[in-house]
Design a binder for this molecule. Structure first.
Ligand code: DP6
Length: 324
């Protein structure tokens, strides 16, 4: 193969049970399994073109050329693809997000899922969902969960070949929505990749890992039963446990801002008044507020009144990564 091109789209995902810490940092084999839902409204579209005339790999992100560490991470995935396809042709990678850049929700999950699908297809490989999930995982752990559609479980696994994600309910199974309260769009002080290496320094991490299978079972069952009350309790517990680990690692990672806590408190109050909402927070100050779709308008409008919330992005449950 000397030339080949393919374009793929993938959604970011929001984890209900979080991935934080790796058993194998290089292969991104996590210390615990995780559960997530894909976010329909948002996607990354990536085109990969292999051509013998390209002197080296290049990357353009939202029309801006990227070099250095960003390009190296992409080249790492291209190398795995080239190795598998038995070729050494360089590639041009063009990637665009449909969501406003700089909202702090730019996700490496969507980026590496779209890259894995586009690059492997452009190289003439026909990988199945499991193989694609493994390949995407090598670029970013959470990207393994953006390959299958709907509600997804990433089984931690023991080695490269059995650490992958699969769908346990399709997107149509439950009309859940994610109202993302954007609190700051500044760049994260500590990116997730670095955070994962610190997780084991927290004395709370061992307890978080030991209890993970229980939380996963409860969360999976809540989703299968469309039981919002059960989902809310376990999702908030899991997010709080991950942030407790972050806050107690050395050095400590503290992602919350005053407005993050204001949203947490508001969500708890609204739920006690009968509105089905719950929060979950990734490695940043923004708060993902989950609710059944019929409560999106009320929830988004209320979130906009909380001091410090800059904007609210709404997303339904999304499908798998796909070729376009
Ligand atoms: C807090 O998948 O972004 O969002 O593998 O280093 O790219 P890398 O990390 P990443 O970590 C995600 C962490 C999280 C929780 C989650 O999505 O499960």
């Amino acid at each position: 193969m000397t030339t080949g091109t393919a374009t793929a789209q993938a959604h970011p995902n929001i984890a209900f049970i979080k991935y934080w810490g790796n058993k194998d940092q290089e292969l991104r084999i996590p210390v615990n399994g995780s559960l997530s839902m894909n976010l329909d409204g948002l996607f990354t579209q990536t085109t990969v073109t292999f051509n013998t005339f390209f002197p080296k790999d290049s990357l353009t992100l939202n029309n801006k050329p990227i070099t250095g560490a960003g390009l190296d991470r992409v080249t790492g995935i291209l190398d795995l693809v080239r190795q598998r396809a038995g070729m050494n042709t360089s590639a041009e990678v063009r990637s665009d997000n449909n969501f406003p850049t700089g909202t702090g929700i730019a996700s490496s999950a969507a980026a590496f899922a779209a890259l894995a699908l586009a690059a492997s297809t452009a190289a003439g490989l026909h990988l199945d969902e499991q193989q694609l999930s493994i390949l995407a995982r090598r670029g970013s752990g959470s990207a393994s969960r953006s390959i299958p559609g709907g509600f997804v479980e990433w089984q931690a696994g023991a080695d490269n070949d059995d650490s992958y994600a699969f769908s346990f309910a399709p997107a149509e199974h439950w009309n859940l929505a994610d109202c993302i309260a954007v609190i700051s769009s500044e760049h994260k002080p500590t990116i997730s990749s670095q955070g994962h290496t610190l997780a084991s320094t927290s004395p709370l991490q061992a307890a978080r890992i030991a209890d993970a299978p229980r939380r996963i079972d409860i969360c999976r069952q809540a989703i299968l039963n469309c039981d919002f009350e059960a989902l809310a309790a376990i999702v908030e517990l899991d997010s709080d446990m991950m942030h407790a680990v972050m806050m107690t690692s050395t050095p400590a990672l503290f992602y919350w801002r005053p407005a993050t806590l204001a949203v947490i408190q508001a969500v708890r109050d609204w739920r006690s008044e009968g509105l089905p909402v719950c929060y979950t927070i990734d490695a940043g100050p923004n708060v993902h507020v989950l609710c059944p779709q019929e409560y999106v308008e009320t929830t988004a409008n209320r979130l906009r009144t909380v001091d410090g919330v800059q904007e609210v992005l709404v997303s339904k449950t999304g499908g798998p990564a796909k070729l376009v």
